[in-house]
Write a protein that binds this ligand. Structure first.
Ligand code: ADP
Length: 494
């Protein structure tokens, strides 16, 4: 019998929960490697930002130090490590990359030297691939994309690369002079390499040089090939379309679990869904809202155009006249922040709190009846899956991963392992208001409403199914047969 070789993979990300998080990437970079670790040998690497609590996570120096040469300037770099939740983490420390208060910059601003910071990180990743001879490098977003080029251009290195696009809107676009500052020759300043409308796009390094590209939902994989969703890269992506695969993200079903979530006032499961109302009462008090009998609509997310905040704000005036409560939590652009504060001060049934608070978001998912997600585009979106786990019905615009994970409630079929919610297509406040009215109507039909919530709570949004697709992909990239198929099947029955 052919012996089973475990693939050795280095998974690289600029943010990983719980060390540093700005959005869904951190959740995925935490939960996907964990899910993969029962099938392959996986090590995870991220920058050691100075705000990461080294003591709390027992992050220790590994005694490996080297210089990274960026265009003649040597950057002293050190490797740190820890084991957390069964996973080996490596941390790259270099003053340029690490000595900052924020990951990418203060709110709404990127540090001006981010090209160098994450260029440095990408060099470090490629060095680690060489030092430890990993079979495969799994890179995520523009901050690690340059490693694909560096690995490909290293003739002595046989490491293969998979590059995941979590959001095409963030491409790492910088002045073309950065190319030389990154120690790369002008030969890369071409349309089929890094040139991007007179600048350079680090995202393009991942697309051009990785062996395979994944993105975080099948629908988004199709959308990014179109002008509307392609962020100026649709033509380039069409050129590389044979390398692109869409794999829907999963969520960590232990971290997002109403049965034993310590952030909640009262845990519950689908059989005891009524206990959700205890969380609702508690949260209404916390948010200064009244009327536990009224449906509670929540919005949680970055305050940015992508998330449909204009659509949300445009509809609030109207939907606030309905007998409902609306609670909004987010962090992001000042203009949105000011407008939401103003609306909340005018309407007693709207609450708005600014900032990032993981525990509070869990309490909101547990308290709410509906989650609003009017995104203009959504590569995958995790909120809708988390909401369904917590028995909260998502109201989503049919785009990207929202379309792949929330099916129209009119087609409800209790036998199917898919989630249901209220969906709409138009990008306007009118469509969202209509969806809220529809939700209000559904809410009044308690029995059928609860049946859908209970169904959604049992849908498998975990990584279990998805990791098979990743391992198949890794195996294909490495040119080996489905090395792990047998053990995958076995594990499924465990
Ligand atoms: P993004 O585009 O921001 O990555 P995702 O839907 O993929 O969006 O992931 C968002 C994650 O961040 C979810 O876990 C969501 O609950 C969480 N989140 C977003 N904003 C906040 C906030 N202000 N406070 C707490 N959690 C938040």
């Amino acid at each position: 019998m052919k012996s089973i070789k475990r693939i050795t993979t280095l998974f690289a990300s600029s943010e990983i929960y719980p060390f540093a998080k700005s959005g869904g990437l951190a959740d995925v970079a935490y939960s996907l490697p964990r899910a993969l670790s029962s099938l392959i040998d996986i090590t995870v690497v991220m920058p050691l930002y100075r705000f990461i609590d080294r003591e709390k996570f027992s992050i220790k120096p590994l005694g490996i130090e080297w210089e990274i040469n960026l265009s003649g300037t040597l950057h002293h770099t050190e490797l740190f490590g820890c084991r957390y939740d069964g996973i080996e983490y490596l941390f790259v420390y270099s003053a340029l990359l690490s000595e900052r208060d924020y990951l990418y910059g203060p709110p709404n601003q990127g540090y001006t030297d981010n090209a160098l910071r994450f260029g440095l990180f990408s060099y470090a990743i490629a060095d680690l691939a060489e030092r430890y001879r990993f079979d495969l490098l799994h890179l995520n977003d523009w901050q690690t994309a340059l490693s694909a080029l560096l690995v490909r251009e290293n003739p002595g290195l046989h490491t293969k690369t998979v590059y995941t696009i979590h959001n095409l809107a963030y491409q790492g676009v910088f002045d073309h002079r950065m190319l030389l500052a990154l120690g790369l020759s002008n030969d890369y300043f071409t349309m089929d390499a890094l040139e991007y409308y007179g600048n350079i796009s680090l995202m393009k390094a991942g697309i051009a040089y990785a062996d395979m590209i994944t993105t975080v939902s099948p629908q988004y994989a199709k959308e990014i090939l179109t002008k509307k969703y392609g962020n100026g890269l649709d033509g380039f992506l069409r050129l590389h379309r044979k390398k692109i695969v869409g794999i829907l993200n999963g969520i960590d079903s232990k971290h997002f679990s109403p049965e034993n979530d310590t952030a909640l006032l009262m845990s519950y499961e689908s059989e005891t869904l009524r206990d959700k109302s205890i969380n609702k009462k508690g949260y209404l008090e916390e948010a200064g809202l009244k009327g536990a009998g009224k449906p509670l609509f929540i919005f949680i997310g970055r305050l940015t155009a992508q998330k449909g905040v204009d659509i949300l704000i445009g509809s609030l005036q109207k939907i606030a006249t309905m007998p409902i409560n609306i609670s909004i939590r987010g962090e992001g652009e000042k203009e949105y922040r000011d407008r939401l504060h103003l609306l909340a001060s005018k309407h007693t049934n709207i609450s708005f709190s600014y900032g990032y608070d993981e525990a509070m978001s869990h309490r909101m998912y547990a308290a709410a009846d509906f989650l609003l997600m009017p995104s203009l585009f959504e590569p995958c979106g995790l909120n809708q899956m988390i909401a369904m786990r917590y028995g909260t019905m998502p109201i989503v615009r049919e785009t990207g991963g929202l379309k792949d994970s929330v099916y129209p409630i009119d087609d409800f079929d209790n036998e199917r392992n898919i989630g249901y919610g209220i969906t709409f297509t138009e990008e306007d406040s009118f469509a969202l208001s209509g969806a809220v009215e529809n939700a209000f109507e559904r809410f009044s039909h308690k029995r059928s409403f609860l049946a859908v919530l209970r169904h959604n709570m049992h849908v498998d949004f975990s990584w279990k199914q998805r990791v098979k697709q990743y391992v198949d992909l890794y195996s294909a990239v490495l040119g080996e047969e489905r090395i792990e198929t047998k053990s995958l099947e076995k594990r499924d029955h465990e």
